[in-house]
Ligand binder design. Structure first.
Ligand code: 8YV
Length: 315
């Protein structure tokens, strides 16, 4: 039987690639020197896309693939996939929910601890001889018993909350409506009021056009000079210019960020700040989780080509 042709938008680990290449004719667009020539040569035969959360599949790309049947996303977020084009053409879309939830929550909480206790600076203090030369490291802010706000109480937000309870934090959350499963925490619908309540504001909501810049200038101002913003969702959920302004002036105390506009080429203003912890979009980046994500991508593709039900369909 001839193998279906698959367009790979960004690199996958070898353990996925070996299996994909066994089942499909894989076209690696990220290796193409001339993207247009590459598409001219292969576009007509492509029946599937395998992509990554942050890379997605644009309307322009989908428009160039007349025989596309499915887009399988390696990630829970599918905001970078043009769903309207997919819906209009009956193209299926899948993602990888659940398997990454705990790792993303772990990294969010670790970022809060790391930033609040100044662990990166403390490491430098030891390595550069400051400990010996200058003595004690400057005192930092405690997190246990503090006030946390969780913006988006979905799968990841709920796991962040479960972890924060272990630190005896006073937890409030915001979502489109109060959640019946939210026990022992306060529902605060308005993100500005949530930020006003919180010392630590976690952004854990799925990104869409509707949530763009939901963390606005006003939300950032309400979090204030002693507040910390932790983002493990998408950069588009935050007004990044307002965030940079507030970090530069001290209107916001600090931030811990795993995602950036235009990543991996982030705004250079971030690099000049010492009140922000910068992470390279790796919240789901453990071997265990990435193996599970890859398997789900492959299982969804296999189900599609076998005419079976998709495991985790978005569209
Ligand atoms: C990325 C993510 O997909 O789950 C998501 O939405 O953004 C991540 O898991 C991951 O970095 C692989 O590209």
């Amino acid at each position: 039987m001839t193998k279906p042709e698959l367009l790979l938008i960004g690199p996958y680990p070898d353990w996925d690639l070996v299996d994909l290449e066994d089942r499909y004719v894989v076209h690696k667009i990220y290796e193409a020197k001339d993207r247009d020539a590459f598409l001219d040569a292969h576009a007509a035969n492509v029946r599937a896309i395998a992509t990554r959360g942050e890379l997605g599949a644009s309307a322009e790309l989908i428009g160039k693939l007349p025989n596309l049947e499915i887009v399988s996303v390696y990630g829970v977020g599918y905001d970078a996939v043009d769903l309207a084009s997919c819906r209009a053409r009956g193209i299926r879309v899948t993602n990888t929910p659940d398997v990454l939830t705990n790792d993303v929550a772990d990294l969010g909480v670790a970022m809060m601890l790391c930033q609040s206790r100044g662990m990166i600076g403390a490491e430098r203090w030891v390595r550069d001889g400051s400990w010996k030369a200058k003595g004690l490291y400057p005192l930092k802010r405690r997190i246990w018993g503090g006030k946390a706000g969780v913006l988006g109480l979905g799968r990841i937000g709920s796991e962040v909350v479960r972890r924060l309870k272990g630190f005896d934090m006073d937890i409030a959350y915001s979502d489109v409506s109060a959640k019946p499963y939210a026990e022992g925490m306060t529902f605060i619908a308005d993100p500005v009021a949530l930020a006003d309540h919180a010392d630590f504001l976690f952004v854990t909501l799925a990104a869409s056009a509707a949530t763009r810049h939901i963390v606005s200038k006003d939300v950032i101002a309400a979090l204030g000079p002693d507040g910390m913003l932790i983002n493990i969702s998408r950069a588009s959920n935050i007004d990044e210019e307002a965030l940079l302004d507030a970090l530069e002036t001290g209107a916001l105390g600090s931030a811990a960020l795993d995602v950036f506009e235009g990543e991996p080429k982030l705004n250079p203003r971030f690099l000049a700040l010492d009140n922000v912890l910068l992470q390279p979009h790796h919240a789901s980046g453990t071997i265990e989780t990435r193996k599970a994500m890859g398997k789900l991508v492959r299982d969804n593709l296999a189900a599609h080509f076998a005419g079976a039900s998709l495991l985790t369909a978005v569209v």
